[in-house]
Design a protein around this ligand. Structure first.
Ligand code: GN1
Ligand code: MG
Length: 376
């Protein structure tokens, strides 16, 4: 076991493999991600150092290839047609041998990205303006990706957001559990009630109703950077899951994290609700930057996506809890169970408000989907 100062020295050594940002002065943990280990490196220009979790991403080089492809595509697009606001795309730092990653002696894979200064992130939405900006930012990001053909990207995480697969994993792990606690039993009851609905997006994709696109994969509130001065969205980070998918995975993920004012780590899962006003603001923001590429039929699955991706995350947390917390990092016992209860409660609140949410989406569709190709 390394002491704290030995660990810092080891990390500094790793950070120094990445060139161009000046000598490394210090390093400290950054953020609260559930998958990778993330550090802020103090150098002439600060940068972010990450150890890619290869249990989750078995092909880390392809993750970096996708990321580099996105970065050069977005930089090129923005140089020709900039947004009318600050918008930052992180730079991928290279090693001395011009690699986009570095493998250490134990085989761990590290990569470094520029740090985007003068921005803040939050775990929950602060006010309706923040909600609007979060949605607007996701729309900007999707519009940057809208002409990057998904076939150019590798599927670095097969099965990611394919809800029926997560249900199969749950069905495999559940029989191995001897006795369930009342809270676990509650989760099982909800899964049994709703299991027939989990194929909705995959069926629409398979039947050719929804187009495959390049997506972010993980656009939760704290992955969306807000400029400290203007309070406008300035960037999306955490780009490991850029890969082919449905924009609905992103819309659902963004809304489930934005419209839960208690946040996904709350202990008061029974008090969790889905906030319709925040949902309206996020969707309005999203459509005001995404309506240029979004097809009419894609509006028709937004409600399903909001419910499904919320339910799916509950299922993912719960299965991981049953399997012994192998995927999502935990700091305390039963943390993944508690996270699952939060998402399931949120999904129930979405389900109860289905009509109101659908009314908001229909109204926004009439406002934003006016082009000929968009009239259903
Ligand atoms: C994971 O690492 P982090 O916190 O950005 C997960 C997301 C979940 C999220 C829930 C690759 O993201 O899908 O929505 O936790 N990422 C992966 O907090 O599985
Ligand atoms: Mg992530």
């Amino acid at each position: 076991m390394l002491s704290e100062s030995e660990l810092t020295q080891a990390l500094i050594h790793i950070a120094q493999q990445f060139v161009g940002y000046g000598p490394v002065k210090n390093i400290q943990p950054l953020g609260s991600g559930n998958i990778n280990d993330t550090y802020l490196v103090e150098a002439e220009r600060p940068f972010v150092l990450q150890r890619i979790n290869t249990e989750v991403f078995p092909q880390p080089r392809q993750v970096m290839d996708n990321l580099c492809q996105f970065v050069s595509h977005a930089q090129q697009r923005l140089s020709i047609d900039p947004f009318n606001r600050r918008w930052e795309v992180p730079t991928v730092l290279r090693t001395e041998h011009d690699q986009h990653h570095w493998s250490d002696a134990q085989g761990y894979i590290w990569r470094a990205l520029s740090f985007i200064p003068d921005t803040v992130t939050f775990n929950t939405i602060q006010d309706p303006h923040h909600a609007m900006e979060i949605g607007y930012g996701l729309g900007c990001f999707h519009s940057l990706l809208s002409d990057l053909p998904p076939a150019h990207l590798t599927d670095t995480l097969p099965g990611f957001h394919i809800t029926p697969n997560y249900l199969r994993q749950y069905d495999t792990v559940l029989p191995k559990i001897d006795a369930l606690t009342p809270e676990e039993h509650h989760c099982c009851t909800l899964i049994a009630t709703h299991r027939g609905r989990v194929t909705v997006l995959e069926n629409a994709k398979a039947e050719g109703h929804l187009p495959l696109r390049s997506i972010h994969g993980d656009p939760k509130v704290n992955n969306i950077l807000i400029d400290r001065t203007t309070w406008q969205v300035a960037s999306l980070i955490d780009l490991d899951t850029i890969k082919p998918g449905l924009v609905h995975y992103d819309i659902g993920d963004c809304l489930r994290s934005s419209c839960n004012p208690l946040g996904e780590e709350t202990h008061h899962w029974q008090a969790v609700t889905f906030d319709l006003d925040l949902c309206t603001a996020v969707l309005r923001g999203y459509l005001s930057s995404a309506s240029t590429f979004l097809q009419a039929v894609e509006y028709d699955y937004i409600y399903d996506a909001i419910w499904l991706i919320t339910f799916e995350l509950g299922l993912r947390f719960f299965s991981d809890h049953l399997a012994g917390n192998r995927y999502f990092k935990v700091q305390r016992p039963n943390q993944n169970l508690q996270r699952a209860l939060v998402q399931f409660q949120l999904a129930e609140s979405i389900h109860l408000q289905e009509l109101s949410i659908q009314t908001v989406i229909d109204q926004l569709k009439t406002e934003y989907c006016t082009e000929v190709r968009c009239v259903a």
